[in-house]
Design a protein. Structure first.
Ligand code: 2HA
Ligand code: ZN
Length: 264
């Protein structure tokens, strides 16, 4: 198996084992380099094409590894060629399947949202490569009990543990419940991606983005761990916690450019 498929499916498997991608929950899209593509296919031959109704011209020529619709994260490691597809952006509205979806499948229903997020994140960071959507339990719990104010979410998550500010200094975006798989949630998520690498979908889950598999997995782990701590202490009497001054001291010591206007 190509190394890049092995690495990607190992991360997908870990997400499943953490309980963040039950059944067909979650989806994954990863920009591959030409060299990585050549380790999967010898020559480029289109198997099928998929049409979309939004403009992805800025992605033309890029290769993506994308989970299939109705596919389970649980199964990706043992059968990548059925559960994942390698696609090239052939035209401003067309993806060309070069490998995968062996059973006749197609890209995840959230592919337009993923691609719109890639477009926005690439404007912010040329090295951006990965979007992962998952259903972390404690993030979903928090969205039931906390008002959907992203500065408030950011402050709480930063104050749950020392690592949070270091790992997501830009904070976290939060969207209300919106029907998934559609244009509205896709546009809203991509808009948040102008500012954040991670966006919460209330009562649904999380979208996280970044450069590498480790970075994005680590971002999800850190956010979900902060949420877990919050859910464990939110109904307890807290006698001491991380203060605004502590966070500012941390930012200074680690030279972190965090989002202003929350703890200042
Ligand atoms: O179908 O998680 O958001 C998988 C999902 C949809
Ligand atoms: Zn989902």
């Amino acid at each position: 198996m190509a190394k890049v498929i092995e690495e990607a499916t190992e991360i997908i498997d870990l997400l499943y084992k953490h309980g963040w991608d039950e059944r067909n929950g979650g989806n994954f899209s990863y920009i591959l380099t030409d060299e990585e593509v050549q380790t999967i296919i010898k020559e480029e031959k289109e198997i099928r094409e998929f049409k979309y109704d939004f403009d992805m011209s800025s992605l033309i020529g890029k290769y993506f590894l994308i989970t299939g619709t109705q596919k389970y994260f649980k199964n990706c490691l043992k059968d990548p060629e059925t559960n994942l597809g390698l696609l090239k952006v052939k035209d401003k509205d067309t993806l060309s399947l070069l490998w995968g979806y062996k059973d006749g499948g197609r890209p995840t229903s959230e592919a337009p949202t993923h691609l719109k997020c890639h477009i926005e994140r690439l404007k912010k960071d040329k090295e951006h490569r990965l979007v992962i959507h998952c259903h972390p339990t404690n993030i979903i719990c928090m969205s039931h009990i906390l008002e959907l104010d992203e500065n408030k979410w950011t402050e709480i998550l930063w104050k749950m543990q020392t690592e949070s500010l270091v790992v997501f200094p830009e904070g976290i975006g939060v969207l209300p419940w919106i029907i998934c798989g559609g244009d509205e949630i896709g546009e809203a998520t991509a808009l948040k991606m102008k500012e954040y690498r991670s966006v919460v979908w209330a009562q649904h889950g999380l979208f996280s983005t970044g450069k590498t598999l480790d970075e994005v997995f680590g971002l999800i782990e850190t956010i979900e761990k902060a949420a877990e701590i919050y859910m464990k202490i939110c109904d307890k009497k807290v006698v001491q916690s991380i203060t605004n001054d502590n966070l500012k001291e941390l930012a200074k010591a680690f030279n972190i450019n965090y989002k202003k206007g929350i703890i200042d």
